[in-house]
Design a protein. Structure first.
Length: 476
């Protein structure tokens, strides 16, 4: 009896890709572009932007001292690895091309910065693409797949991080992609896929060093699978050879700037290992300040879906669960002041895993019950993000620093960022238009929170790039 090859390997279908996939990506791109701020939110983002410009000049170091740079013989190296800067090179190149040809522009706002600020749009689109093809290979129905895409695009705080340049989402892309490629290997036994797996894990490690222990856990698990004859010895050799240069670069760069293994703001030995893990875990998942289940409610279903993923494919399920556990433990060690962000930023890498897991839940359980619950959680998730689409969430934290009587923003919903952002939206809407035009031309270098709230246009206007363009044109 003749068996079709795509039935013999159910994860590999010879059917054409989704008919509307490129159209879908195009509309998602337009939506992301519509909500884009067009500027860099953070100091570390600005440093990585300068690093990208240095890479365009063929240099790994900067010519000036900036926040978190280390002086080495007159050359200033950032305390962050260059993964994100490498990814952003095409965008910065295009921006610099136009900057050199535009005479009537404002120094504090450049085309190259605008282009650099778009980096996470393309990262998010890449994650959507992996979700589409992973779910197709996994056997999810098309309707379920599109629900997963809707969940990722609209259902959580990852929407806000499409608007800025933090690299946590990029790490999530590389990890998620590597596991998808491993699943393709399971189905096809093509050893060449290990080149892509090694590159994906390598780029994750040079994008954010904190992922390196998790990557090494992946590699050790592949060694274990090799001993059990689940993967070939050749595959193990390939991933080792591909990943090794990235590992060497991590070690070299760390010792080059005399800090050893770096986490960004602080070296690894500065972590507060005395922090109560259970308490921090509760804050990361349940608090009004940065709780995952409040800022991305659909992940509640993803946690349940993980169990079904494990039942269907134990190797993929193991990698999913290990990734979740790693980030639960890692984020529980971090000091609370690092949560001056929208939602649990350091948990962003697990979002694609949890949203993909919802697909298995939808396939296994009664859809008449799960789909309404998913839809409700998706709507709640979008409403939570909505004010931070319009207002720079940093305004809330700057306003907190000026308060004489400190309030609990962690467990009090009344004082939380979720509620506070709505009041921030009201406060910027009452600022007269002519004052916003004046602020636009004052630049963005201010000494403290008081000056930032008084003079920084990105804290006092609807935080969308075309609003800033309007203010620029109005002044002319």
């Amino acid at each position: 009896m003749r068996i079709n090859s795509h039935l013999a390997h159910p994860g590999i279908s010879k059917n054409r890709p989704f008919k509307g996939v490129f159209l879908l990506l195009f509309f998602i791109f337009l939506f992301y572009l519509l909500i884009q701020s067009g500027h860099i939110y953070s100091v570390d983002g600005s440093v990585r932007f300068e690093q990208a410009k240095a890479l365009l000049r063929g240099k790994l170091y900067l010519n000036q001292h900036l926040f978190c740079t280390a002086n080495f013989n007159g050359k200033y190296y950032t305390r962050w690895l260059p993964g994100q800067s490498i990814l952003a090179l095409p965008l910065v190149f295009i921006g610099k091309f136009f900057d050199n040809r535009i005479e009537d522009r404002i120094e504090s706002f450049s085309v190259s910065e605008f282009m650099y600020s778009l980096i996470n749009i393309f990262v998010a689109l890449a994650i959507v693409l992996v979700i589409l093809f992973f779910s197709k290979c996994w056997g999810c129905k098309r309707r379920v797949t599109y629900l997963l895409v809707l969940g990722f695009v609209f259902g959580g705080f990852q929407l806000i991080y499409v608007r800025n340049t933090f690299n946590n989402m990029q790490v999530g892309l590389f990890l998620f992609l590597s596991i998808f490629l491993f699943y393709l290997y399971q189905m096809s036994k093509r050893d060449k896929l290990w080149i892509l797996i090694g590159l994906s894990l390598g780029f994750a490690s040079i994008t954010r060093i904190t992922v390196l222990p998790l990557v090494l856990i992946y590699v050790l698990y592949f060694v274990f699978l090799s001993k059990r004859k689940i993967i070939s010895q050749k595959a193990l050799v390939i991933i080792s050879l591909v990943f090794l240069p990235f590992l060497i670069f991590n070690i070299w760069y760390g010792f080059l700037i005399k800090k050893g293994v770096l986490l960004g703001y602080f070296p690894v030995y500065d972590l507060k290992f005395g922090i109560n893990i259970i308490s921090n875990c509760a804050i990361n998942f349940f608090s009004f300040r940065c709780g995952l289940f409040l800022y991305c409610p659909i992940t509640l279903l993803g946690i349940i879906g993980l169990l079904y993923i494990f039942k269907k494919n134990k190797t993929i399920g193991f990698l999913f669960i290990v990734t979740l556990i790693y980030y639960i433990i890692f984020t529980s060690f971090l000091p609370l002041h690092l949560h001056y962000s929208w939602g649990p930023r350091f948990l962003l890498p697990i979002i694609p895993f949890l949203i993909f897991s919802i697909g298995e839940l939808l396939d296994r359980c009664e859809r008449k019950l799960i789909v309404p619950v998913l839809s409700f959680l998706l709507i709640i998730g979008f409403l939570v993000q909505f004010p931070s689409i319009l207002v720079n969430y940093c305004r809330f934290y700057h306003s907190q620093t000026l308060m004489k009587d400190k309030v609990d923003i962690t467990w009090s919903i009344k004082n939380s960022p979720i509620v506070g952002q709505w009041s921030m939206l009201h406060s910027i809407l009452v600022i007269p238009g002519h004052k916003k035009v004046e602020m636009f031309h004052k630049g963005r270098n201010f000494r403290n929170s008081e000056e930032v709230l008084k003079h920084d246009i990105t804290m006092n206007s609807i935080d969308l790039w075309y609003v800033y363009l309007y203010l620029f044109l109005k002044h002319k």
